[in-house]
Design a protein around this ligand. Sequence first.
Ligand code: L34
Length: 298
Amino acid sequence: MSAQLIDGKAIAAAVRADVRAGVEDWTQAGHAPPALRVVLVGDHPASASYVRAKIRAASEAGVDSETIHLPADISELDLLALIDELNTSPTVDGILVQLPLPDHIDDSKVIHALDPDKDVDGFHPENAGRLVIGEAGFVPCTPAGIIEMLERSGIETSGAHAVVIGRSNIVGKPMANLFLKRGTDATVTVCHSRTKNLAEIARQADILVAAIGRPHFVTADMVKPGAAVIDVGINRVEDASRERGYRLVGDVDFEAAKEIAGWITPVPGGVGPMTIAMLLKNTLDAARRRHEHTAVEA
Ligand code: L34
């Protein structure tokens, strides 16, 4: 292997330790611990396991967290009523509604209903807009985690060509905007399913972010020698030799790409743990910012 491994698990642990220290300072100053409420609708097995991991990490960092587990057949109206309750609760700092939601619920309606000041996922249009125009707001956890990984690994973004494959609202679009931000200063290309000459464009990337959701989509011939390859994919592929019946693979053909890349993230143990760490960071920020606002209003 020629590439250096970017150890997301270790970097996430360092971020979580920083958050824990921040929470200690916050509570020692006489504040209640930051409070996060995670809404899980139905029994999507992967969602349930990500939510469990978020709650565990929150409690280790001293963040007060709770899952609100709702039945899969809850009505959209009842879910919106719950969100309203969380929005107005003075003791709740951060709200996360785990996606995907069941088909009868409109994701976008739910995201619009969140109080932008409690939207620790950064999915509300106000936060999405703030990111685009360079104003402070909540930034989606996965792309924020990727920037944090690059920074902590000493990978230069300024002037680098970042190629993002995928244009979702959760990863691709906020990732592109973060790369563009002043201080990060990358040159950005966003590719998607209709992009012509995708391999050729990917090969020009100094930093290649794969967020397509297709196992082994990025092959070695799409990687420029020495590039940083960031794999956002977490695909479950059937594997009878594993106890749980599947194994996780990314969007990158890791075994081949690692021979060409300069840095590479593994799956698991790459971007996934960073998503969780950044959620905690956003939740501490939410508590601090909400306190500033109420202090000003009082
Ligand atoms: N609202 N919905 C909302 N916010 C999010 O930030 C998410 N996401 C995505 C799905 N839906 C969401 C997550 O939490 C994906 N995601 C997520 C978070 C953590 C991990 C994977 C996806 C993770 O910890 N992955 C581990 C392996 C976990 C396993 O074994 O299954 C890893 O090492 O990659």
